[in-house]
Write a protein that binds this ligand. Structure first.
Ligand code: CMX
Length: 138
């Protein structure tokens, strides 16, 4: 099903503060940042091989990422798997009783189609399905 790890999402309080670690210390290439209003986050992408690291900074206290940081502190937030035919994958999971947060794909960063699976159905890992049609994933 999965083509590769598209990206790993990392929850941070401030992208500006952590960026030097990823760019200068680790030497990764900064690809750009954008605000995803619907998720109340600002995101920044760094390339690592064929995959990316996505830094997630909450833009509101109500953001899922703000709640995550309050509860668990900064750190790895989700694993995004690149897929084809995301609607078929979602349908298949629903049919098999796998709990989905998103029961239909929605738009993420860069105009990609994304859907989150609930961590209660994945042994504690927030998994994002991510289908690119010429865009990025968030
Ligand atoms: N990874 C693993 N488990 C997580 C988690 C995460 N990122 N976030 C929450 N959980 C766990 C909690 O620890 C909790 O577990 P327990 O019941 O065992 O304590 C459970 O999920 C419920 O967590 P909660 O704090 O009560 O939070 P909510 O139920 O309100 O929300 C979740 C949790 C996953 C449904 C919500 O964060 C969500 O819908 N996430 C998907 C959207 C998202 O994360 N958007 C931000 C990124 C967007 C982007 O990349 O563009």
């Amino acid at each position: 099903m999965g083509k590769k790890i598209d990206h790993i999402g990392v929850a941070v309080r401030s992208i500006k503060e952590v960026l030097p670690f990823y760019e200068k210390t680790l030497g990764l290439t900064f690809l750009g940042e954008e605000v995803v209003e619907s998720q109340r986050v600002k995101v920044a992408f760094l390339q690592i091989g064929e995959s990316k690291i996505e830094l997630l900074e909450p833009t509101s206290n109500e953001s899922a990422v703000a709640k995550f940081i309050d509860k668990r502190g900064e750190g790895i937030h989700h694993l995004a798997i690149g897929v084809d035919k995301i609607e078929d994958r979602i349908e298949e999971f629903i049919k098999n009783g796998i709990p989905m947060i998103d029961e239909a794909a929605r738009q993420g960063a860069g105009g990609a189609n994304i859907a989150f699976m609930h961590p209660k159905g994945t042994n504690g890992v927030l998994v994002e399905l991510c289908e690119k049609r010429g865009g990025g994933c968030s």
